[in-house]
Design a protein around this ligand. Structure first.
Ligand SMILES: Cc1cc2nc3c(=O)[nH]c(=O)nc-3n(C[C@H](O)[C@H](O)[C@H](O)COP(=O)(O)O)c2cc1C
Length: 187
């Protein structure tokens, strides 16, 4: 075994790059986030880790709603900008055109091909970050990013983040069918 123990660090590849949308002081604010994951299936939930210092916290706690928007490569510069500047200093409300769904207080970015509209289910203070678990009340997908009624990863063209090198990546090739290719394995 030729491995280097690197100490406890949150290296999990790949990370999605998303934009967390929240209304803060009644205005939309978007922050870039890579620490985001599906947390439950029934009902569907997503979890995002938000550092205590973020402006976004105020909006999520105020309204108990937020959105998770998946930008495509086309929105890369705007997305990175939302990770460079804080709503504490800069008004980010006009970077994306916002729309609202059922919850009325979770702003979603029209330009992003996929948006999850969430109501806050649980918030955990884990130390440096709050883990916000949101119940997904609806999902909005650009029609031209759908294949056979489902969001298509190639058409969405999501942005992947590599935390260790600090780079953005795009999705590579399709290497197999899930819940299927394992059938070929025999010990
Ligand atoms: C690619 C990328 C991923 C990021 N992921 C997170 C994250 O998961 N959680 C977090 O708290 N901050 C994350 N940040 C930093 C915030 O986006 C940044 O501090 C932003 O200015 C916060 O915006 P706000 O203060 O308006 O909420 C990330 C930044 C970038 C560029």
């Amino acid at each position: 075994m030729d491995k280097l123990a690197m100490g406890p660090r949150p290296y999990l590849f790949p990370m999605p790059t998303v934009l967390i949308g929240a209304n803060v002081n009644e205005k939309p604010n978007y922050m870039a986030a890579a620490w985001a994951s599906i947390a439950n299936w029934v009902p569907p939930m997503v979890a995002v880790a938000v550092n205590h210092a973020r402006y976004t916290n105020k909006g999520i706690n105020e309204n108990r709603t937020f959105s998770v928007n998946m930008p495509s490569r086309k929105q890369l510069a705007k997305t990175d900008y939302c990770g460079l500047v804080s709503g504490n200093m800069v008004d980010k409300s006009a970077i994306f055109e916002s729309f609202y769904g059922k919850l009325e207080t979770a702003p979603m970015a029209s330009e992003c091909p996929v948006s999850l509209e969430c109501k806050l289910h649980t918030s955990l203070d884990l130390g440096s970050h709050f883990l916000f678990i949101g119940e997904i009340v609806d999902v909005y997908v650009d029609k031209d990013c759908i294949t056979d009624g489902l969001p298509d990863i190639q058409k969405v063209d999501p942005v992947i983040y590599s935390m260790s090198q600090g780079n953005y990546w795009s999705v590579g090739e399709n290497i197999g069918k899930a819940y299927s290719i394992g059938k070929e394995y025999k010990k």
